[in-house]
Write a protein that binds this ligand. Structure first.
Ligand SMILES: C[S@@+](CC[C@H](N)C(=O)[O-])C[C@H]1O[C@@H](n2cnc3c(N)ncnc32)[C@H](O)[C@@H]1O
Length: 188
């Protein structure tokens, strides 16, 4: 067994806690890799809310969902994840959320996630997260603006009360080129 890269390990952590019929969030749909993973976990009775500010990315993901027969359980939303509370009922619980920070490879590198809006969305997710649920953030920070977002997000999660949340950091510390790392926040 090899140690998994951060992006893969986010799925490994979430897989066992998501059951068919759950509601989950993909905060950064991009090309839809996480959306497809989440859709397969929640099944046709579940619900994935997927956000992105780039319509072409959502369109590509919609095609993938059609090809894999998973359109039913996914709502693709052309809006910033910081507006997530407009799409969830106040008492609605989620089991998991995934954030892939940074820019979409092969797309406009200037369209990036930003620390303030990422933390706003994270806080909304935390208010809806059920006990035992996990929010995974894969932090890419090698691009302009990335270091700033990394620091903002790290500062926010480090301050979460340990009585209420467990916060994990996972990543390779001997690799060149600033490899992404994973932050996982579990509600206790
Ligand atoms: C690293 S990519 C996501 C990769 C994706 N998970 C995948 O599997 O391909 C980051 C994405 O976040 C999107 N994004 C940037 N700001 C956003 C925001 N405020 N709300 C939602 N998505 C945002 C970008 O358009 C981009 O597609």
């Amino acid at each position: 067994m090899n140690l998994e890269p951060a992006v893969k390990y986010s799925h490994t952590l979430l897989s066992p806690i998501i059951v068919q019929g759950d509601t989950v969030v993909d905060a950064t749909v991009g090309n839809g890799n996480d959306t497809l993973f989440l859709a397969s976990r929640v099944g046709s009775a579940g619900h994935v809310l997927g956000f992105d500010v780039q319509q072409p990315a959502l369109d590509r993901t919609a095609t993938q969902l059609t090809l894999t027969g998973m359109t039913r359980q996914v709502q693709l939303i052309h809006d910033g994840h910081e507006h997530l509370d407009q799409y969830l009922e106040p008492q609605q619980q989620i089991t998991a959320a995934i954030f892939n920070l940074g820019y979409l490879p092969g797309s406009n590198k200037r369209i990036i996630t930003h620390g303030e809006t990422t933390v706003s969305a994270l806080r909304i997710c935390l208010t809806h997260l059920r006990r035992g649920g996990i929010i995974a953030l894969v932090v890419y920070y090698g691009h302009p603006g990335g270091e700033q977002e990394k620091e903002t997000v790290l500062q926010a999660v480090k301050q979460l009360d340990q009585q209420q949340y467990s916060v994990l950091q996972y990543g390779f510390i001997n690799q060149i080129h600033q490899p992404p790392f994973l932050l996982a926040v579990q509600k206790r």
